[in-house]
Design a protein around this ligand. Structure first.
Ligand SMILES: [Mg+2]
Length: 265
């Protein structure tokens, strides 16, 4: 490498860094403007949060996830301040509570299915699929999830899951593809969006922020449609679906950046 190339490389890195700072400044200004109607009157507003990838950084296995203590401290502050703070997770509500560990938050599990009583009738069918032999499976009672993030041959695993998805469909279940995961769920009209709607209606609230990082969070974004104030936040890591960024009012790069947003709420 000659001196000229080295210099050009350095100049370009400085350029990227200053652009990044400028962009962060614009994001913060925009964020403050958007959340102002919520933060100025918190007794009329809800803060609704996905857990994994939003509060807890993504890790290789869900059981290794954790919510940083600094984030927990902010959540405790928000619980005392807002009319409603809820976590709507793909985990069971009990597991989300264990992970987040903050009292006063409402925990709604299994993508809102825990708020849908008609889902219970499908437990035996789901249980049949939970008995299949798969290296990394999550049986949540109301859904069964097959992960392939750590599969030695991801393409083979993905194709095997394609066959399982077909059989599940024939049994009346709904197969749903997420981030390196196939989830089987009951054919029940319940998702993070219906959970958002139910929670807001129950609490008589028309102002809310929802933050999430994955495809299922798009449902929650739609659950805010019709609200007087709605702030849709995408916590967009490299693996985040592009549709989520496009549907969001605010895009943040990581749970760490999202913690910055919690602090101005
Ligand atoms: Mg998530």
């Amino acid at each position: 490498m000659d001196g000229r190339t080295g210099k050009a490389g350095t100049a370009s890195l400085v350029g990227v860094a200053s652009d990044r700072l400028r962009i962060l400044g614009l994001v913060e200004e925009d964020a403050r403007r958007q959340v102002a109607p919520l933060a100025e009157d918190p007794s009329r507003a809800a803060i609704l949060l996905d857990v994994d990838g939003t509060l807890a950084p993504i890790v290789a296995r869900p059981e290794l996830a954790s919510v940083p203590e600094l984030t927990r401290a902010e959540l405790r502050r928000l619980v005392a301040r807002y009319a409603l703070v809820a976590c709507i997770s793909g985990r069971t509500g009990r597991d989300a509570w264990r992970l987040v560990g903050v009292d006063g938050i409402i925990y709604v599990g299994v993508h809102g299915l825990e708020l849908a009583p008609e889902a219970d009738a499908w437990r035996p069918v789901l249980h049949g699929f939970a008995e299949l032999d798969w290296p990394w499976m999550e049986d949540k009672g109301l859904t069964v999830a097959f992960h392939w993030r750590e599969a030695p041959d991801e393409e083979a695993a993905r194709s095997e899951l394609g066959a399982i998805a077909t059989r599940a469909g024939e049994s009346g279940l709904l197969p749903r593809w997420g981030r390196k995961v196939l989830e089987l769920r009951p054919p029940v009209e319940a998702d993070k969006g219906t959970a958002v709607r139910t929670l807001l209606d129950e609490h008589g609230l028309e102002r809310a922020l929802y933050a999430g990082d994955d495809t299922t969070d798009l449902d929650a974004f739609r659950g805010l449609d019709g609200c007087e104030v709605a702030v849709r936040v995408a916590v967009a890591s490299g693996e985040a679906p592009t549709g989520l960024r496009e549907a969001a009012d605010l895009v943040l790069g990581s749970p760490e950046e999202f913690l910055g947003l919690l602090r101005i709420l």
